[in-house]
Each structure stands twice: as structure tokens, then as C-alpha cells.
Design a protein around this ligand. Structure first.
Ligand code: GDP
Ligand code: MG
Length: 454
């Protein structure tokens, strides 16, 4: 799978300390091959690879991440971009109801199942949806939608039984029980009359793309003028994803994509291909046969999933370990000796800064949601100010802050371009932090990471 291939590519980097240009090129070659095998189009792979190369070579060195991890984080960001500029694309509702959502895709893609899920989700969020049976191709398609609607407790608009297709219709003789275009059109009037605010039109699919099917879909589209045309694609489809997506893009010019059967072991090849080939946003993911196996699509989460969360989590853990253990243990030891000074305080601050420079990276990880607030509160300018103040002190003042009297405070404030009150504030915080660390180091060997920090 794509995930396995990518993690293989990164594994070769992992053992390296410092990356050479040829290390990076080797990895990018592997990434290219993995993406091509996952049916991502050549143009996209090319520009993707060159962006990663450029960034990997030019990246400023982060001390909290090793070079391999930096490459992973760059790939993660770029994947997120391909998958939809990194932002969720919400459903486009009509200003004047009803909102019309038309479903298109191959037979078996999951359209009818999705109609039920979408109906259920909309009802759950305060809407009044109506499902429309405009798949009149297969004899039992209407019944299937009715069963789905019943389960979702969403009403279904279906043609009168026994109505014959009119002569202009494209449906095959013997299978037709009505005109799908007329059914779709009538359903809008029905929804307006009965005050349904969303109309979800289920349409027919064939096993392969064919022009008759596409023409029928276009006719339905032109008759109802949908707010959204959602192209439903089976994420397990593999090799055919690009061709199918292109055909439907040209055929009906859909507005958004729904990936179905993401519960299988397909891990993103189809998503990347469809998103990159069509440039259309992915709105939803269908993840099972149940009504609730449905989610709003998040590009950032999909990217993490493709890269395997394990890798990304390793990266975070590493950064945290760098921050916590090593330096904290040293500081604790110094505390015990009574030699913890402002220099040490400064190096603690720089540890905090490492975490701060990772703010954007950490923010992308779904599991980090609960830490996001802390990250937001981290103020780089405050750290800059504190650093400037400490830099304006003499070595002796840093070792023995108690000697910093009034005239020294004025000199330090002047030297660091701050106010005496800022110097006072810092010395106060340092004293508090020092006290707290002393208490902690007496009790246990662990350190209060950011205690007393700005
Ligand atoms: P349609 O022909 O496009 O309307 O496809 P259907 O909605 O009838 O779905 C075809 C088959 O795929 C059915 O057996 C569904 O139960 C199954 N299916 C649809 N969506 C999913 C999904 O997200 N996960 C899984 N595992 N099965 C699905
Ligand atoms: Mg169907």
C-alpha cells in the first residue's frame, strides 16, 4: 500500500544522522515511485517531488527534529495541500431552499448507501432532507433506496409504480419504470411544496463508464440545477480511479467528491489521485455499511493516515523527549547543587522555543487537539524579550541574580531595549521558578517543565 511504501522510504532515512543531497534524492525517488504506483498522476507527482526536494534541502534546521523527521513533516504538509489546500470544504447550501444535491458515480460505488447516510446526517443537524429515487435502471433500485430511507427516517420520493419511460429516454427497454429526469424535476416541486430543505437525488450507475449513462446524468443535472454534484468513488477501486474520476469530471462536472469504502484497507491512493487529477475537493468519507459510518473529510487527517500516524506521533514524542528529559535533568542536578542561574533559565527558555517553532507542525495532528490551546498561548515575543534581558546581563549577574541592584536593573533595561519593570518581572519569575525547582528536586527527580516560564 501507499502507506507501507512511504514508510519504507522514510525508514532508510531514519538511521541517518545528517542528510546529504543524495540521501534526499534517494528518498524522493522512492516517494515518486510509491505515488505513481498509487495512481497519482505524473504531473502531480513531479511537482510534489520537486516541492519536497526544495523544502528538504532548504529547511532551516530544527533542533527538536532529526533530519528524517523533518522530511516526514514536509511530506505531511504537502500531502495535506494536495488533498484540499489543507482546509475542510463544507457543503454548499442554497440561499433559497431546497438545496439540491445530486449523486453520481459507477454502479456499486456507494451512492444509494451514501444517500441514506447524508440524509441521516442532515436530519441530525437540523435539516429536513428528502431522498429522490432517480435510479430507475435496475428493477430493485427504488426499493433499495426506500429501505435506506426508512432506516434513516428520511422520506423518499419515488416514481408512481407502473409509469412507463417516454420515448426520448435512454433507459433500456424492459427495465424502465419511469423517466429519471422527470422524477428528479418533479421532486424539486414536491420539496418546495412540502418544505423539505434538502433534496438528495440518487442516480443510476453502470459497471463501467458509458456515454448513455453520462448523458442521463447530464439531463438530470440540467433539469434540476444542483447546488452540489457529488461524485462518489469506491476508495478500493485502485488503478481505475484516475480514469473514472476524469470521465465523470468531464461528463457531469461534479462539484465535490465522496470517498466510499474507506473502511477497507485502501489508504489514500484513490483520495490523492482523485483530488490531484480533478482538483475538486473531497467533502465526505464513507467508512462502512452502517448509517453512521460517515464523516466530514479532513485533508490533514487523511494525510496523517496516508503517512501512518505512527510516524507522525514518533516525531512529536521525540520533540517532547528532547525538551523534557535531558535538559531538565541537568537543570535539576544544578538546582540540587544550588548552581542554577539565569544562564540555565535561558537554556530552558530555548527549549520552550523549540516547542514553539513546532507550533504549526503540532497543530496538524488530530490527537494534539487538546494541546492546541497551550500552543496558541505560547508567545514568541515574550521569549524574545526575556532572552534580550538575560543577554544584557554580565556572566556574574546571571550566576548570582541577587547582586542585581537598582542601577544594574536600569543598565540591563537600557541594554536590552526594555523597561525596568520588565527586568523586575523577569527576576521575580526566575526567583519563583528557582524556588519551585528546588522544592521539586528535593521531592523527586522529575522537573516542572515550563514552571515559571513566560
Ligand atoms: P450504488 O450502486 O452506487 O448505489 O452503491 P450502493 O450504495 O448500492 O453500495 C454498493 C455496495 O457497497 C453495498 O453492498 C453497500 O452496502 C456497500 N457499501 C457502500 N458504502 C460502503 C462503505 O463505506 N463501506 C463498505 N464496507 N461498504 C459500503
Ligand atoms: Mg444505487
Amino acid at each position: 500500500s501507499l502507506t507501507d511504501r512511504l514508510s519504507q522510504a522514510f525508514k532508510h532515512l531514519r538511521s541517518k544522522g545528517k542528510l546529504s543531497e543524495s540521501d534526499i534524492d534517494g528518498t524522493i525517488r522512492e516517494i515518486r515511485r510509491a505515488l505513481l504506483d498509487a495512481d497519482v498522476s505524473l504531473d502531480v507527482v513531479r511537482s510534489f517531488a520537486s516541492r519536497i526536494r526544495e523544502r528538504a534541502l532548504g529547511e532551516e534546521v530544527s533542533q527538536a527534529l532529526n533530519p528524517a523527521q523533518q522530511v516526514v513533516s514536509i511530506v505531511n504538509e504537502e500531502l495535506t495541500k494536495i488533498l484540499g489546500a489543507g482546509v475542510d470544504r463544507p457543503l454548499n447550501f442554497a440561499k433559497k431552499p431546497p438545496t439540491v444535491i445530486m449523486l453520481a458515480g459507477l454502479q456499486g460505488a456507494g451512492k444509494t448507501t451514501l444517500a441514506g447516510k447524508l440524509g441521516y446526517w442532515l436530519r441530525d443537524t437540523g435539516h429536513t432532507p428528502l431522498l429522490v429515487a432517480a435510479d430507475l435502471q435496475r428493477p430493485n433500485a427504488v426499493t433499495q433506496l426506500q429501505v435506506v430511507g426508512e432506516r434513516a427516517e428520511v422520506p423518499v420520493y419515488a416514481p408512481e409504480p407502473g409509469v412507463q419511460a417516454d420515448s426520448s429516454d435512454v433507459v433500456e427497454p424492459g427495465q424502465a419504470t419511469g423517466d429519471p429526469v422527470k422524477v428528479a424535476k418533479d421532486s424539486i416541486a414536491f420539496a418546495q411544496d412540502k418544505l423539505y430543505d434538502t433534496v438528495i437525488i440518487d442516480t443510476a450507475g453502470r459497471l463501467g463508464v458509458d456515454e448513455q449513462l453520462m448523458q442521463q446524468a447530464r439531463n438530470i443535472r440540467d433539469a434540476v440545477n444542483p447546488n452540489e454534484i457529488l461524485f462518489v468513488i469506491d476508495a478500493m477501486i485502485g488503478q481505475d480511479a484516475v480514469q473514472t474520476a476524469k470521465a465523470f469530471d468531464e461528463g457531469v462536472d461534479f462539484t465535490g467528491v465522496v470517498l466510499s469504502k474507506l473502511d477497507g484497507d485502501a489508504r489514500g491512493g484513490a483520495a490523492l489521485s482523485v483530488a490531484s487529477v480533478t482538483g475538486k475537493p473531497i467533502l465526505f468519507a464513507s467508512t462502512g455499511e452502517g448509517l453512521k459510518d460517515f464523516e466530514v473529510f479532513h485533508p490533514d487527517r487523511m494525510a496523517s493516515r496516508i503517512l501512518d500516524m505512527g510516524d507522525v506521533l514518533t516525531l512529536i514524542e521525540q520533540a517532547q523527549r528532547t525538551f523534557d528529559e535531558q535538559e531538565a535533568r541537568e537543570a535539576a542536578a544544578k538546582m540540587q547543587e544550588g548552581s542554577f542561574g539565569l544562564d540555565d533559565f535561558l537554556s530552558q527558555l530555548q527549549q520552550v522555543r523549540k516547542l514553539g517553532s513546532m507550533k504549526s507542525l503540532l497543530g496538524m495532528i488530530p490527537g494534539m487537539a487538546q494541546h492546541r490551546k497551550e500552543l496558541e498561548q505560547f508567545d514568541e515575543h515574550e521569549v524574545d524579550r526575556t532572552e534580550a534581558i538575560i543577554h544584557s546581563m554580565t556572566p556574574q549577574e546571571r550566576r548570582e541574580p541577587s547582586i542585581i541592584n537598582g542601577s544594574r536593573r536600569a543598565r540591563i533595561a537600557y541594554g536590552s531595549g526594555t523597561m525596568v519593570s520588565a527586568v523586575n518581572g523577569l527576576l521575580q519569575r526566575f526567583e519563583q521558578a528557582a524556588k519551585m525547582m528546588k522544592r521539586m528536586s528535593n521531592g523527586s527527580r522529575s522537573m516542572p517543565g515550563m514552571a515559571g516560564m513566560p
